[in-house]
Ligand binder design. Structure first.
Ligand code: 5GP
Length: 112
């Protein structure tokens, strides 16, 4: 059975797609927690970051570099936050790895 994000990647479920390449897809979060709230998602299903292995190094690097590039292209003025919720107790609800990119409001520290 497919993850929600696989269905979005397969275009079985609609999403606001900001960017796509052979390794990744970037969509708007359906329930944004900031004026800009994107999800940067690898096409390979890695349920959570702690499941990633050495062979995923290029994918993980790609996602991070993409975050910086998209932030620049959207004019986020080098002010944004990346979040990875790892595990249900940390707030993860979709078990297909994704980076949250948040921007456009004050981002307090520490996060909740
Ligand atoms: P998590 O809680 O796993 O870190 O993040 C999952 C994110 O996916 C949540 O922020 C949630 O709002 C978002 N989300 C859940 N369902 C959908 C959907 O159908 N479409 C989109 N674009 N985002 C979704």
């Amino acid at each position: 059975t497919l993850t929600l994000f696989e269905k979005i990647i397969n275009k079985e479920i609609p999403a606001d797609i900001i960017y796509e390449d052979e390794i990744s897809i970037v969509i708007k979060d359906i329930s944004p927690q900031a004026p800009t709230h994107l999800l940067i998602i690898p096409k390979k299903v890695i349920p959570k970051l702690s499941d990633a292995s050495k062979e995923d190094k290029d994918i993980l690097g790609h996602l991070m570099l993409l975050a910086g590039r998209i932030a620049e292209e959207l004019g986020l003025d080098e002010t944004f936050r990346l979040v990875v919720n790892n595990g249900a107790a940390a707030g993860q609800s979709v078990f297909h790895l994704h980076l949250h990119l948040l921007s456009g409001r004050p981002l307090n520290w520490p996060p909740g």
